[in-house]
Structures are given as C-alpha cells and as structure tokens.
Design a protein around this ligand. Sequence first.
Ligand code: KG4
Ligand code: ZN
Length: 334
Amino acid sequence: MKINILAIESSCDETSASMISDGKILNNIVATQSVHEKYGGVVPELASRAHQQHLIPVVHEAIQSSGISKKGLSAVAFTKGPGLMGSLMVGVSFAKSFAFALGLPIIEVNHMQAHILAHFIDDPKPVFPFICLTVSGGHTQLVLVKDFLDMEIIGETSDDAVGEAFDKTAKLLGLPYPGGPLIDKYATQGNSKAFVFPVSDMPGLDFSFSGIKTAVLYFLRDSLKENPGFIEQNLADICASVQFTLISMLMQKLKKAAKDYNIKEIAIAGGVSANSGLRNELMATANKLGWNIYIPKMEYCTDNAAMIAIAAHYKYLKGEFCGLDVVPEARLKF
Ligand code: KG4
Ligand code: ZN
C-alpha cells in the first residue's frame, strides 16, 4: 500500500493542507488570512480564529481533490512549531483529533526544517551536505544540512529576522502588510546605490537586522523634515537601497559559510527567498564561485503544507511518530 499522508500547517497566518502519496505532492491548498492587512502585522488572536474558520474547508479540499479516501490515509502530520502558540494549537488539536478518530498515527514536524525540506518536493534536489539560508518573517538561519532529518544551525540572527526588517521598513514607508513583496516590486524600478544604510558587523556567521530598521527610521524622519514629499518622490530608490543592504548582509554570511565549510551546494528557503533581488544576487554569486544553487518554487517559499508533507514523508520512512500527548511549542528548536 502507498504511504498517503495528510499534512497541516497553521504556524502563522496561512492555513494550509496538503496530501502526499509515496513522496509525491498531490496538492497544496492555502487559505491566506487578509484580516491582518489593516493592522500592519499579524494579530495572533485573529490568526487563531481565522485558522479555526479555514482549517476544515482547507483539509476537506485537500482530501477531496487528492482522490484518496480517509480510509486510504497512512498518517496525519502537523506543524508542532516554531510559530504563534494560538495558531499552532488549532492545527495540532485538529490533527490529533482527526487522527484519533480514524485510528491513524501522527507525525510532528518542525516548521523551519520543513522550509528546508521543501527542496525535496521537485527536481533538481540538493546533494548532502548542503548549506541552506532560511529567511522568513520570524527567522534568519544558516543551516548545515547533513541529511533529511540531520541539520545543524551554524548561524542565525541575534535580533530581528530579515523578513521583519523588510516588513518594518515597508511600514515606515506607509506600505501595507506584508511589505516584503512590495519592497521587492518597487526596488526593481529604483537605484540601489541612491542611499547608503549601515551594514551590521556581527561575529562569525550570525546576523543582526535591528540596526537597519532604526537607520531607516531616522533617515526618513530627517528627510521628511526637509521635504514632506520625500517618500512619494523617492519610493523606488529607498526600496532598492534598503533591499540592497539587506541582501548584502545575507550574501556576506552565506559566502563565509560556504567558504568555512567548503561546500558549494547552496539552497535558500523561507518567505524571503521569493525576493527577486536575492535570487538574482544568488545566481550571480553562483556563477562566480561555482556554486550549485537551489531555489524553491514560489508556492513552496512562503508558508505551505506541502513542505510539512514532504518532511512527514521522510519521518514516516524512519518510523518517527509521536504520541497523542504532543503539544505545540512556539519556540521549537531543531
Ligand atoms: O516563511 P514565511 O511565509 O512566513 C514565516 O514563517 O515567517 O515568510 C514571510 C516573510 C514576510 O516577512 C514577507 O514580507 C517576506 O517573507 N516576503 C518577502 C517577499 N515575499 C515574502 N520579502 C521580500 N521579498 C519578497 N518578494
Ligand atoms: Zn515559514
């Protein structure tokens, strides 16, 4: 019989379900929560309520469109963490009760590991060991990936995540949440050298992104004092310059990691890996340094259940199930 797994993702503000059969993703249903836009960021209480509304229809659609009946399921997988506690609780509680009712085993998945394992959904797949730069709204990590379930964090941010830096800058510019994709869009029309922002200097392979947020804040305050129309007149240049600075910080540490570990298999993962500037810079560096690079499809960059499903598939093969006493962990580590 085939290994058929239903996977659920509910760590932040996307409610998602996916069906996987023998390691092949059959679908990836995502309901995005628009309720947060007017607040300029994810409101945890509203996120968990929206998950409660979206989860059953999303799971129903994933199962229905897969052509596999509930009786044909082998296991149910879910995101255990890291993420927002209230959001995680909705997915974990649903997965446990659904699996219990059907007498199925359950598989817990680490959201950050799943972002990396999204590279094993389609070809070409990275070869172990590889380095993955995981960049999202909550995390910025350099990970040494030795095997499917054997990963080591070799560098990470000491304060804000890079996605947060994108979103907070966007907010200062008066752009709606999430601002990352909008900065990316405006940056394509701007001059990345128009304004200079400080590049943080952290030891080893660690990052720091809180300084740039403050630098942008003061820069805008001073510029607006002289010219109230400064943002409207320079939006593309500001976006391009901030994006250039953030990408430089990421690339500097990524190059150092590749050199330190003598690895040329390089992957990126997480929401910010959708950024076109980062993708272009990565391709240019790969050409120069002879790296093999792996960039996931757009739909597998931002939060989705297909990545939970592929991670669960490898855990299933190793017999890594958990008990019904499992609870979500907002700060789950590897
Ligand atoms: O991985 P993800 O979907 O959710 C988390 O687990 O955090 O990442 C969301 C983050 C947000 O900060 C969003 O602004 C950022 O990814 N993002 C982008 C782009 N698309 C999404 N940042 C820059 N450029 C983009 N094109
Ligand atoms: Zn994520």
